[in-house]
Design a protein around this ligand. Structure first.
Ligand code: ZN
Length: 243
């Protein structure tokens, strides 16, 4: 049974269990061309452009097939934006060898259109329905172990209560989603786009925290829209094998 994890007020109680070995893969849903860097790396030159990706991440281990972010599919986005080479999220997980019905858990970093469909009215109704079935889990607070060895953190403030994940293991990895858009946020110490300008310091503090959580390595913090995650790690087609 698939469960959805959202950051919000709520209670999550889990017993201490040893973390299983988890594999981590990034799956490229689509490409975006010529995006303004300054909208992702605050303070970057205004006219600088970069090609980016839309992605989701698949974490497997301990009998779980966990999706971090669930992508998008609604027709409106294809009318409003230039989205290249799109693959639907269900086909994306199939490519990685997981049938959509075999996904056991979905963890959503935030409710923007490209990570959770944008919380259209139909999605909100679906979340309510899942909640009545006991399948929606609201994560209360920061540094919460949601599954053995997988912790959810807040503080990046890309949106209110936007989350990032640390996946335990040798070595550990941090999946930043849009709390870090590109590696340049990390290398140049520049904030990712945040809920408010007042949150830039919190975003920078959390970038440093992510590096520490990843065992001190910037290379093990995976930014949300960075195209080169599909070159930096062994990649076959649309799937990067991060660990
Ligand atoms: Zn995004």
């Amino acid at each position: 049974m698939r469960r959805i994890f959202l950051a919000a007020l709520g209670v999550l109680l889990l017993g201490a269990t040893a973390a299983p070995p988890y594999s981590i893969q990034a799956i490229r849903l689509a490409d975006s061309r010529g995006d303004a860097v300054a909208e992702m790396v605050i303070g970057a030159p205004k006219d600088e452009k970069i090609d980016t990706v839309y992605a989701l991440w698949l974490i497997r281990g301990g009998g779980h097939n966990i999706l971090f972010d669930s992508g998008f599919h609604r027709a409106r986005w294809f009318k409003e934006l230039v989205i290249k080479d799109f693959l639907s999220p269900d086909e994306a997980v199939r490519l990685a060898g997981v049938k959509p019905e075999e996904v056991t858990d979905v963890v959503n970093s935030h409710a923007h259109w490209d990570h959770m469909g944008g919380i259209d009215p139909e999605d909100a109704v679906e979340l309510v329905r899942l909640n009545t079935e006991g399948r929606l889990r609201l994560i209360d607070g920061d540094n919460v172990e949601i599954l053995p060895g997988i912790c959810a953190y807040m503080g990046g403030r890309h949106t209110f209560a936007s989350q990032y994940l640390r996946v335990d293991g040798s070595p550990p990895f941090v999946l930043a989603s849009d709390n870090v858009y590109l590696y340049r946020n990390l290398t140049e110490h520049r904030p990712s786009a945040t809920f408010s300008e007042a949150d830039y310091p919190a975003n920078l503090a959390n970038q440093q925290r992510m590096i520490l959580l990843a065992g001190g390595s910037m290379e093990r913090v995976i930014p949300g829209h960075y195209a080169l995650q599909f070159q930096k790690y062994p990649t076959a087609g649309r799937i990067a094998n991060i660990r």
